[in-house]
Design a protein around this ligand. Structure first.
Ligand SMILES: *Cc1c(COP(=O)(O)O)cnc(C)c1O
Length: 416
């Protein structure tokens, strides 16, 4: 797909868009380095300013002075649920349906194994070919664990729906694709999976904090997602998991640690799962990580997710239109249709890695996904329309002058 819409947008119109933006003041809640256009909030969200004070308080007083008393006195033991209940409001879930813990990979493992146990006699897991690697790797690990009794089917988008049949135990799909930003139809897939008697688990890593979703209303079974992208919880922030209330009492996850016990401080020899979502927990969580994430989620709760989605769509559309105007030969990897596109916009280019390096050097922070994708992540809470204008200006210049064509930009870093 090439960008071929005929448009003529002027800089003065961009300034007007920013002036009329209902979220224009939300960037003030973040620390954004001077001279940087940060378009990587889909990978590591910016730092909310209030994190500094909160962490100082947690470290100095809660940990430093109150030490072990804080498990009770500062609610450390319940933080995963307290923050989970807040996060629930961002994804259309109810209280007691979301818990914050571990990383996405671990949560996925726990829930998929539990799902297989709930659908005994069925042997198939269905997922998308090209899904985020960790999702696929975890599923492959589960298949190995079950010694060939479980069949993992990975399909391209057009074949996905029909692969979900009456042998399918669980369907694992990512709502917004990490490379292309294409949205999968949550309602249609959930309905179809249920019609076939399968459970469905949605990965919301590129969804939570940037667009509203309605897990309860769509009757979704399970979900996972991470805290460090659009939820701005900080590097390595704990992830979350969702289990529909109706499934909780029948759900048995394999990492049955003491935090998932009905009465952890009875220190009994036998595991007895907590009656509620707490059974999805395993062991002690990072209180520092949870505390920072709490601030990120408060920041997201202070705005209206519908407005966030509206701005997200407009930022993406503006970028695509400006590309059509200035770099018409670029190949777009994301859907042109606003309703089918998530929060980032990607382009494909054979020199993608070097171009990413050149953009970063000029202060436009984007990332590269092998083999040829450059991702531009727009975080409506702190990305302005003028940021998009400058980004396209800089990108056009880099392409025109071949500023990317330097040895330094070809050397692959450890993390891309
Ligand atoms: C970022 C991301 C993850 C991250 O998983 P972790 O185990 O938390 O590192 C998983 N899935 C998707 C779709 C992602 O985008």
């Amino acid at each position: 797909m090439t960008v071929d819409r005929a448009v003529s947008i002027k800089r003065t119109e961009i300034a007007a868009l920013d002036a009329a933006d209902p979220l224009r003041t939300s960037a003030e809640a973040f620390h954004l380095p001077e001279g940087m256009i940060y378009l990587d909030g889909n990978s590591l969200g910016a730092m909310p300013l209030a994190v500094v004070e909160r962490m100082q308080e947690v470290i100095t007083n809660e940990w430093g002075k109150q030490l072990i008393h804080s498990w009770n006195d500062n609610n450390w033991f319940a933080l995963s649920q307290i923050i989970g209940d807040k996060l629930a409001q961002l994804i259309g879930a109810g209280p007691g349906e979301v818990i914050v813990s571990d990383c996405v990979s671990v949560n996925l493992f726990k829930l998929v194994v539990a799902a297989l146990k709930m659908r005994k006699g069925r042997c198939k897991i269905v997922t998308e070919r090209g899904n985020f690697p960790t999702d696929v790797y975890v599923l492959q690990g589960i298949v190995r664990m079950f010694d060939g009794q479980i069949d993992l089917q990975m399909l391209e988008r057009p074949e996905l729906m029909q692969a979900i049949d009456d042998e399918t135990a669980v369907v694992v799909l990512t709502h917004v694709h990490y490379k292309t930003s294409e949205i999968l139809d949550m309602e249609a897939f959930t309905r179809h999976a249920h019609k076939q008697g399968a459970l469905i688990l949605w990965d919301l890593c590129h969804t939570a904090g940037i667009m509203p979703v309605e897990l309860d209303a769509l009757d979704v079974d399970m979900a996972v997602g991470c805290g460090y992208k659009y939820l701005n919880g900080g590097p390595g922030a704990p992830a979350f998991l969702y289990i529909a209330r109706r499934l909780q009492s029948g759900l048995h996850q394999p990492l049955s640690g003491w935090w998932g016990h009905a009465d952890p401080f009875a220190f009994s020899d036998d595991f007895r799962p907590a009656a509620d979502i707490k059974r999805a927990q395993s062991g002690t969580q990072s209180v520092l990580g949870l505390s920072a994430l709490d601030v990120g989620i408060d920041t997201a709760l202070s705005v209206d997710m519908t407005q966030v989605r509206e701005k997200s769509i407009k930022l993406g559309r503006l970028f695509i239109d400006l590309l059509a105007q200035s770099c018409p030969d670029l190949r777009l990897a994301s859907p042109l249709d606003d309703q089918r596109r998530g929060g980032h916009v990607s382009i494909r280019h054979g020199q993608g890695y070097a171009i990413t390096g050149a953009l970063n050097e000029q202060g436009v922070v984007v990332d590269f996904r092998a083999p040829d994708i450059i991702r531009f992540g727009f975080a409506p809470l702190y990305t302005s329309y003028m940021d998009i204008w400058h980004t396209v200006e800089i990108l056009e210049r880099i392409l025109r002058t071949k500023a990317w064509d330097r040895e330094a930009f070809r050397q692959q870093a450890t993390v891309t």
